[in-house]
Design a protein around this ligand. Sequence first.
Ligand code: GUN
Length: 292
Amino acid sequence: MSKIIDGKALSVSVKDSIRGKVQELASKGLRRPCLAVVIVGDDPASRSYVKGKVSAAEYVGIDSPLIELPASITTGELLAEVQRLNADPSVDGILIQLPLPEHVDENAVLDAIDPSKDVDGFHPSNVAALWLGRPCFVPCTPLGVIKLIESTGIDIKGKNAVVVGRSNIVGKPVAKLLLDRNATVTIAHSRTVDLASVTRQADILVAAVGRPRMITADMIKPGAVVIDVGINRTADGKLAGDVDFEAVSQVAGFITPVPGGAGPMTIAMLMENTLQAFYSHSIVPEGLGVRS
Ligand code: GUN
């Protein structure tokens, strides 16, 4: 039976540390960090994610104006909104909840965000900097995944890590972060032949495919660390991860639940990235602006 990695508890400890730093800034008379949260349309899943982000910001003391725009918005109108937020010196971070409506040019919108306010790490210059090993904003879910793995106490160096899924938001950046920590990394995907034989090599398995319970117990190396990034709704309306939790937890050494694993950590890392954006935009007295 595996140990459950409590992403909720870990996220609270990350947020408490950020909350302390924000309080310290306020006690020195500095303004509060600010994350502008943009939502287009009223997709229920996006609404629920955004609500979680705004309430985490409130908890840590980060301002989080919510900008709600209609699904009928044009690319040009959304670009104008992004330009306005780029130009606003009181805004440190800009989060545009994805996906955007079909008719909006998502790449044009992401490319328009000032890279120094791109707390999602989706702008091409942040993506390029990540792959070149330069300072940048790193996407929040991959950062959270690394924290979850590190919380187990295992040393990532030299381990076989298998990432299932190759999205720009999770699969690719998480693979790079594991590589940076000297894991031997394989990215598997929907066209991988005999996926189970690949995943069975994994000391660390990150599932980010978006298919409910597709990672089954026979695909797991005994004792492996299994991180489930999937958030899927099943036909009965329940949340399910990409991993068959009940069965896999009999084989793995460590496993994250859904909900309560990668999700809360994504939000905690968004707060961390926003604090870093604040530091980069502000003159902060010595000792107050250190990335932990
Ligand atoms: N939609 C799903 N995941 C994310 C995320 O990490 N950031 C944004 N902006 N939208 C998302």
